[in-house]
Design a protein around this ligand. Sequence first.
Ligand code: ADP
Ligand code: MG
Length: 636
Amino acid sequence: MNKKQLKWRNRIIVALAIFAVVMAVEETGLLESLFGPTGSVYASFVFFLIPYLIAGYKTLLEAVHNIRRGDPFDEAFLMSVASLGAFAMVFFPETDPHMAEGAAVMLFYQVGELFQSYAVGQSRKSISAMMDIAPDYANIEQDGGLAEVDPDDVAVGSVIVVKPGERVPIDGVVLEGSSQLDTAALTGESIPRHVEAGANVISGCINMTGTLRMQTTKPFGESTVARILELVENASEKKAKTENFITRFARWYTPVVTFSALAIAVIPPLAGMGAWSDWILRGLTFLVVSCPCALVISVPLSFFGGIGGASKIGILVKGSNYLEQLAHVDTVVFDKTGTLTSGTFNVVAVHPEAGIDPDYVLSNAAYAEAFSDHPIALSIKKAYAGDIDQRRIKDAREESGHGVSATVDERVVLVGNDKLMAEHGASWHDCKLTGTILHVAVDGAYAGHIVIADVVKADAAETIKDLHDAGVKKCVMLTGDRRDVAEAVANKIGIDEVHAQLLPEDKVNAVERLLADQDPNSKLAFVGDGINDAPVLMRADVGIAMGAMGSDAAIEAADVVLMDDKPSNIARAMRVARKTMRIVWQNIVFALGVKIAILVLAALGIANMWLAVFGDVGVAMIAILNAMRCMRVEKL
Ligand code: ADP
Ligand code: MG
């Protein structure tokens, strides 16, 4: 608890203690013997007023303030009217006094409020555990020593030093040193990652063993850590439908119950159906139960908890609306390369044309791919062990879904699939090997092709099974790759539907068609790695980017970002979403159910104030405790 909450708690304890003493004294009949039968009523009025004011003066002031502002209908108002009303029953000397109830309403209301504020603080903490990834400083080399500077002040391309135990402040590449990195705070993954010179490192990881000298590749504001923080902070702005519904509901609900309570208190006695005091008391009881705070707090708290819990296991959800939609996903569409497969291709074979050296084919391919970040390009560059002299390359162009073209030493080199060859009028011939075929043409003459193969990720098959088990009806794979490769992967992992040889825009069309066929209450999720599929990520109901550690396009375009590149986290994200929605609905049904029951009993004169206090504070506490379960996602 923070300072304010501690003070608040102490005030409530003092008020509760005084309340208990006054109750006891009243029960023993001591007041009556001291002040006489009428006098004792006024004495206990004064005595109950003491704990009432100690605990509730702020709420009373707030109610007055709201009335002045012209916006009276909130919990503070309901509670103030109900409790003051109970005290005012003293003006009906012929009935039993209700000061104890009046004080109790306010006291327990305060207990509930304090509990609420504590619960909200608690779940905020789980988000701020995430916030802990924010680095305070960066070490830069200066005058032969190290100086600590604000990460915001470090220019791109500067050299920074990260010592063991420190957090990497800015994204960069290792120049010198090797170490183990703890990425748990970002990905939930507990196995450390080994890095050495040349490795890309993202900010937010903890450097565990060795000192690293690294060169920054981004300013702090665009580094992974800053973007994640921004994303998590903004998540609460995108509200789920259920959340908006509750807010709207509370807006008309409170005035409606206030006027109903008034009607209950006034109309029946005017119609001669009984004593004023009896009906007024029923009206007041009605007010106490009707307080909507169980819903108004627990529903957003559940979403908040779900988002916070998900972030602990490396799943970033950009808003409660996406969490809500994720729970209703029944079609999951996957991109192949980098999503279901690892994206690190091995060269299976190099087939040069007659009279051409295989090295010539590979080196031209590597040169043409020099500026591409596509997984294929990275793999080819890795397979070509030699250095690439970038000065020899001009006009490098990437043609999405086709391949690349570049001018290498004044010769135009094309590397890509048959579509690319056809488009540029180069000749090519097919290969009987199963694999992704990269045709290489130099100055329009066919040089040969490289056959590469990707490996299916270890947990891909399990993911598809998990998703089917979770009730996902259809898992679809879209790819720009060849049909035979696509089908081999699909069969291996149990995909229901495959579409191959697609250009990025064809993928959007394929998703549009699937969306059109979709049951209107169900949602479609697209999972990609952000390379060549940002438009599809945006078009799907829920765009999920995988392995986003570093891919800017993906973090931007996606609604849900999986920090790890493990597909099994998709099923996990869905389980988190479903658990959250289950808890949200449990709370809505439970809170409204109990309240409606007590409201009916109150109107009939069966429920008393004590039951009403339970109907309000008790229900709110149970709903909040239930909502806090959303944060626990480790076992999902
Ligand atoms: P996927 O849909 O499997 O993620 P992409 O849409 O990124 O694949 O690419 C589709 C196809 O386009 C690849 O299989 C490859 O034939 C070709 N291609 C794309 N980028 C490149 C590149 N940089 N070099 C060579 N070929 C490429
Ligand atoms: Mg792709």
